[in-house]
Ligand binder design. Structure first.
Ligand SMILES: NC(=O)c1ccc[n+]([C@@H]2O[C@H](COP(=O)([O-])OP(=O)(O)OC[C@H]3O[C@@H](n4cnc5c(N)ncnc54)[C@H](O)[C@@H]3O)[C@@H](O)[C@H]2O)c1
Length: 327
């Protein structure tokens, strides 16, 4: 099957492209390389089943062409990362809202299946227990720009569900919870690669806030395996699935684990959110997924431990001198 991955030169998209090619699909990617990188897909370019279009999903004419012969689109292109969103406020909202509208509109005209990449952020400030697909969303004030990402992704979900119900677009929604692994960059505020980079350089590992925030981290290979299950199962159509793992850890414990595992001499330092983010920044104490639905319905089980995630990221950074120099 010919598939399109928007944002396919990004971290998750490039791993997904590999998995789809491995299964014999033809993969076309459209990406403007705003946070993605050509190095993520360079190794795929020799494959005759692979095609890369360097453009924005906001360029209607180009994306219209990108849909030619495509039967399924994985819509991953988005402005991501807390830091990136804060530094590119207008463009981020436009990419996440108008971009999704364009993709859904074309999918409905071509009767093409869609998987929308949503996020655990849409649960907002709900930091109780584990978060299931039907859990409440609790949003902060509109003056706290952080919530614009969550709100744009939630609106995208509403839009996707509406296209599914009214215009018969075959739809699947996945909500990623902190996916990490090789090729993820720490530049936009992603915590695990940022800590690993600091640890490898014996630079201070800076923990934002008191470090008691609890999260769970999922290896990108597990996330992609889950995406493939959702893609391949007809019964997943119309469904929303949390994709995450039950590796629960506080940010302080994560810093200690990374330091010990990588035998680093880094000092672990605490910095207040105010020193890193604009006034009024908010973070959740706890964000952990309930993955009962994807386990029960599709048989998903994360295979990688936190240690393996850290080791794989460290191996990637050690082997990638360019990225080290850049950061
Ligand atoms: N990594 C995670 O933990 C995580 C968590 C929740 C949700 N997600 C979602 O998964 C998707 C992929 O995220 P990622 O972590 O791989 O981030 P990423 O930044 O590596 O990937 C996003 C890709 O979209 C591309 N892009 C952005 N704007 C574009 C535009 N206008 N036109 C074309 N391409 C554009 C970027 O260049 C990048 O390659 C995103 O939709 C994100 O919201 C990721």
């Amino acid at each position: 099957m010919k598939v399109l991955i928007t944002g396919g030169a990004g971290f998750i998209g490039s791993h997904l492209a590999e998995a789809l090619l491995d299964k014999g699909h033809s993969v076309r990617i459209i990406d403007n390389l705003s946070t993605g990188h050509i190095d993520n897909i360079k190794h795929l370019e020799k494959n005759p089943q692979f095609e890369f279009i360097y453009d924005s999903i906001l360029n209607y004419k180009m994306i219209e062409r990108a849909f030619d012969e495509v039967r399924f689109v994985f819509h991953l292109a988005a402005s991501v990362g807390v830091k990136y969103i804060l530094e590119n406020q207008v463009d981020s909202i436009i990419t996440n809202i108008r971009g999704t509208e364009i993709v859904l509109d074309l999918a409905s005209k071509r009767q093409c299946g869609v998987m929308f990449a949503s996020t655990s952020e849409i649960y907002g400030r709900n930091d109780t227990g584990t978060l299931a697909e039907e859990s409440n969303r609790i949003m902060g004030a509109t003056t706290v720009h952080r919530w614009s990402y969550a709100t744009s992704k939630a609106l995208d979900e509403y839009m996707a569900l509406a296209f599914h119900r009214e215009r018969a677009v075959p739809l699947r929604i996945v909500r990623f919870f902190n996916v990490c692994g090789p090729r993820q960059t720490g530049r936009y505020g992603m915590v695990v690669p940022r800590f690993v980079k600091s640890a490898l350089a014996n630079d201070p590992i800076t923990v934002h806030g008191d470090g008691k925030q609890v999260r769970s981290f999922t290896h990108v290979k597990d996330a992609v395996a889950a995406v493939m299950m959702v893609f391949e199962n007809k019964k997943a159509e119309g469904g929303i699935y949390n994709i995450g793992s039950e590796n629960v850890i506080s940010i302080w414990e994560l810093a200690v684990k990374i330091k010990e595992l990588l035998k680093s001499k880094s000092e672990i330092k605490f910095v207040s959110y105010h020193d890193v983010y604009p006034e009024g920044f908010e973070d959740m104490k706890r964000r952990v997924p309930d993955i009962t639905k994807i386990k029960r319905e599709l048989g998903f089980e994360a295979q990688h431990t936190m240690d393996q995630i850290i080791e794989d990221i460290a191996r990637h950074i050690r082997g990638n001198k360019d990225e080290k120099a850049e950061n």
